[in-house]
Each structure stands twice: as structure tokens, then as C-alpha cells.
Design a protein around this ligand. Structure first.
Ligand code: BES
Ligand code: MN
Ligand code: ZN
Length: 498
């Protein structure tokens, strides 16, 4: 779907099929009267009312509105020489960014399949326009491979004098939808090679550097090979993209951030087969971290971000076959650490370990961030609304948490509990990979402690998005399936670093 900016005058607004006007309701005063306030220039509202010979306040009162975010009522209208067929009145709740997102998503859902233009008079502040317009695109999003599907021809035109926030929202929402497309693609299509080809196409579209490593060149990537060699054809891929800003501030040294994404194109669990078997249905989404990292880097050149970013997509299929790794195998990771494999379903940390060590040893990053659908335990702890965030840097944790609340990709700072580290001891290797020695439980925490062994002394953030990467229902901003979680958070954080 397209979003664009539209001039705030009657002639522009009345060339659309639908006019959307948002409102708030002020709480009742001493006399018990509540007041409806339209979020639009009063002169424009007057002109619209005159053209269609209606009183918007009366029309709305007829519906006994509460004003809650996303409350939607439709008024059929007609006037000679105008294609407008209805006016939608849309509640903005308490006008928090969360309310703008809710209202935007409701409008987006209304626009689905409508094949009409919606001239939308909504927010006025930059942040609000971005939240509203982004969520409108996300709410409109659908994905399917029905042979009868046709591309959306709907358009939301945001009525504003300043087009900049609308184009920003268009880049952000485009990137989130790109991640969703990758996540929704079924695993018979989505091999690690296919992921590499997607990354190549994006790299050439936006002028990013790309290097893909496969086959015998992956010799040192013991974790990626141990997992990915379970699927003979076409085998695992290490996909390395780089964004270097074109024109930079000369004075200050530009920060370099490395994003490492878990790219398991399907997770059967391997020999430690997932059970019950239904839990496998969701596992085409197990590359959501890599998808978010790729979508994020695709947005940076479009926004002219002044930060150097490398993305490492750790792509492999965790299949069940004669070449699957076994519980009790010992593997050697990039950089030389040895690991005793306990449960082949804990494959994410094995592929990430290679990526984290690669970043530490070769890329001299200021920050390393990994993003992964890593543990069911993260979902048990936080549900589907918050991702688990681990870092030793409490200042950075606060910054990222705040950005999460603002963008809607919310994260909760979790503890790296040192007392549990002895669970990672192995009698025969440097580490055992599931921290089963201590019987500590806390599966999301011990997975994070395992990853930390590979980051050296780097500033590091780990995002466990197992709960947030997928939505089990088609509601709000999300379709059933991949959400694109992490893209808004990472783009906003990265652009704030410059
Ligand atoms: N990809 C899964 C985690 C997951 C589960 C993501 C449910 C989304 C929804 C991961 O590879 C996995 O299987 N983790 C195991 C680790 C365990 C064997 C130590 C888990 O969480 O059960
Ligand atoms: Mn697994
Ligand atoms: Zn997995």
C-alpha cells in the first residue's frame, strides 16, 4: 500500500474517495458535558461540512462515541463534482503515541482490499504522524500465495503541510513489511540460498556491500555448519552486508554497529525433534531475527543514517537427516571455543556464537546487537508483547527500552544472572551449550549467558524475540504470522546514534 502526503486544503481533500477525520473527546466537565474536538483545522472542517451539508458533531453524537483510540464510525456523503462517498470519524483516545498506533492500525485494516483513496486528517506532530502512518500501513498488510491475489491499490493520503514525516513513515513501514514478507515465505522456498539471493537484491537496490560465504569456505564456522549440514541442499550461508554512509561528519568518529540475526529457515529441532509436532508449524518464522536485521539495513541508506552498520545473517536449516548433528557431538566455533552439544533443538545459539565471535575478532564494533527467536522461555516469561533484552550496559538498556515504548517494538531489560554461569560447564569441552548442569531453569537467561561467552569485551545487546516475532492472531498492527518486530526499534536506535 502507498502512503503519501496531501495538502491541507478543501480541493486536495475532496479529490479522494473517503475523508478520514480524527477526534478526541474531552472528559465531562462539572455540568456533565463532554466535548468533541476534531483534530483538524476548524476552517477546513467548516468547508467540508458546508460542501456535504452535514454537521459532523451531530453525526458523531448520534453514534454515542466514547473517543477511545480506533473507534470508527462511517457517514455516507455526496456532493456534486466530488468523488467523496463517505467520511470516516476516527477516535484518537488519549493522543499518546500508543493511541495513534492503535487508531492507525484500525484505519489500515479498514483500508484492506478497499481499493480507494483515503484522505486522512489526523495528527499534527512529527512523532504522531510517524506512529499513525506507520501503523496504518502495518494494519493494512496481508500476505498470501492465493493464485487469485491481486496487489493492493489502496492509498492513504496523510493531510499535512510537511511531507517529511510521511516519507519517513513510508521507509520504516516499507522495511517492516519487507521483513514480514521474508518471514511469511514458506520454508520450501526460503532456503539459506534464497535468503542470500534476497539479501543480494536488497544490497544492489540500496548500494550496500555484500559478501556471502558458503560450502568449504565456512570451515571455521563450526556452529553454522553443525546445524546447517543437516540439510544437504543448498547448505548454510553466512551473509555479511555493510552500510557505510556516503557523506559523513568529518570530526567525530562514526560508531560502527554489528547486527547479528538468527536465520534458521526452518527449525525441526533436528535429532532432538520438536514435540508436540504442532509446535513446528510456527518454525518457518525462525529466521525473523535475520529478516529484521536485513530490513533494518535496507532502511538506513534511504534515511541517510550517519552510522556504519554491518549485518551478519546466520542462515541454516535445522533439519532431521542422516547428516544432522547428534546430541553429545563436540563442535568448534569461529575463534576456537569448543562446545558440547546437548539438545540439537537449541540450534540458534550455535549459529549466533559464530556470528558474535566473527564480529568481535574481525569487525572492531562499538556495539554488537543480536536478534533471535531464541527460546520458548522468553515467551513464557514476557508473553507476546515484550521482547527479552539482555545487556550489561544499563544506560544503553534504558535508551533502547525508551525507543521501544515510542516505536511500539517494546523490550524488557532482563538480568544476566552470574550465579547461573556454572551451568555452562562441560567435562569434555569449553562449554556445554544448554546450561543443563545447574538445573537453573531460566532458559532465556542461560541462553543469553551462553552467547555472552562469544562477544569478548564488546558492548553487547541480545534481543530474544521468540514471543514477539510472530502473532498468533490477525489483530491490531499484526497479521497472523510474522510481525517484523525489531525493525522500528533498530532503525530508530541506529539513526539516533549519529
Ligand atoms: N526456535 C526455537 C525457539 C522458539 C520457540 C521460537 C517457540 C519461537 C517459538 C529454538 O530454537 C528452540 O528450540 N529453543 C529451545 C531451547 C531448548 C532446547 C534449550 C526451547 O526454547 O525450547
Ligand atoms: Mn530449536
Ligand atoms: Zn530455533
Amino acid at each position: 500500500m502507498v502512503i503519501s502526503a496531501l495538502n491541507p486544503d478543501l480541493d486536495s481533500v475532496t479529490t479522494s474517495d473517503v475523508i478520514v477525520i480524527s477526534y478526541i473527546i474531552l472528559p465531562a466537565n462539572d455540568n456533565g458535558d463532554s466535548e468533541i474536538i476534531f483534530n483538524a483545522h476548524p476552517a477546513l472542517v467548516k468547508k467540508i461540512e458546508k460542501l456535504f451539508a452535514i454537521e459532523l458533531r451531530d453525526e458523531l453524537t448520534f453514534f454515542t462515541p466514547t473517543g477511545k483510540a480506533g473507534e470508527l464510525n462511517e457517514i455516507p456523503v455526496s456532493a456534486a463534482d466530488s468523488p467523496v462517498e463517505k467520511i470516516i470519524l476516527l477516535g484518537l483516545g488519549d493522543q499518546s503515541l500508543a493511541s495513534f498506533r492503535t487508531a492507525g492500525a484500525v484505519l489500515g485494516r479498514k483500508v484492506r482490499g478497499a481499493e480507494k483513496n483515503f484522505a486522512t486528517i489526523a495528527p499534527t506532530k512529527r512523532d504522531e504522524i510517524i506512529a499513525f502512518a506507520t501503523s496504518a500501513v502495518l494494519g493494512e498488510y496481508t500476505w498470501n500465495q492465493k493464485s487469485t491475489a491481486k496487489p493492493s491499490s489502496s492509498e492513504i493520503e496523510i493531510v499535512t503541510a510537511d511531507a517529511e514525516p510521511v516519507s519517513y513513515a513510508s521507509v520504516i513501514s516499507g522495511a517492516v513489511c519487507r521483513a514480514r514478507d521474508l518471514i511469511h515465505t514458506p520454508s520450501n522456498i526460503k532456503t539459506p540460498l534464497w535468503m542470500a539471493n534476497q539479501a543480494r537484491a536488497i544490497a544492489s537496490e540500496y548500494g550496500l556491500e555484500i559478501n556471502v560465504i558458503s560450502g568449504t569456505a565456512l570451515k571455521e564456522f563450526g556452529g553454522l555448519r553443525a546445524v546447517g549440514n543437516s540439510s544437504p541442499n543448498p547448505g548454510p550461508r553466512f551473509i555479511h552486508l555493510t552500510y557505510t554512509p556516503k557523506s559523513g561528519k568529518k570530526s567525530a568518529r562514526m560508531p560502527h554497529v554489528v547486527l547479528v540475526g538468527k536465520g534458521i529457515t526452518f527449525d525441526t529441532g533436528g535429532i532432538s525433534l520438536k514435540r508436540p509436532y504442532d509446535t513446528m508449524m510456527a518454525m518457518k518464522s525462525d529466521m525473523a531475527g535475520a529478516a529484521a536485521a536485513l530490513a533494518t539495513i535496507s532502511a538506513l541508506p534511504q534515511l541517510g543514517a550517519q552510522v556504519k552498520v554491518s549485518v551478519l545473517m546466520m542462515c541454516a536449516e535445522n533439519a532431521l537427516s542422516g547428516t544432522s548433528q547428534r546430541p553429545s557431538d563436540v563442535i568448534k566455533h569461529y575463534g576456537g571455543k569448543t562446545v558440547e552439544v546437548i539438545n540439537t533443538d537449541a540450534e540458534g545459539r550455535l549459529v549466533l556464537a559464530d556470528g558474535l565471535a566473527y564480529a568481535d575478532i574481525n569487525l572492531d564494533p562499538d556495539y554488537v546487537v543480536d536478534i533471535a527467536t531464541l527460546t520458548g522461555a522468553a515467551t513464557l516469561g514476557l508473553g507476546r508483547q515484550y521482547a527479552a533484552m539482555y545487556t550489561r550496559n544499563s544506560h544503553l538498556a534504558r535508551t533502547i527500552s525508551e525507543i521501544g515504548e515510542r516505536t511500539g517494538d517494546r523490550v524488557w531489560h532482563m538480568p544476566l544472572i552470574d550465579d547461573y554461569t556454572d551451568g555452562l560447564e562441560s567435562d569434555i569441552a569449553d562449554l556445554n551449550h544448554t546450561a543443563d548442569k545447574g538445573h537453573y531453569g531460566a532458559g532465556s537467561v542461560t541462553a543469553a549467558l551462553f552467547l555472552e561467552q562469544f562477544v569478548g569485551d564488546r558492548q553487547w545487546v541480545h534481543l530474544d524475540i521468540a514471543g514477539t516475532a510472530r502473532s498468533e492472531s490477525d489483530s491490531g498492527e499484526n497479521p497472523k504470522g510474522g510481525t517484523g518486530f525489531g525493525v522500528r526499534l533498530l532503525v530508530e536506535w541506529l539513526t539516533s546514534l549519529s
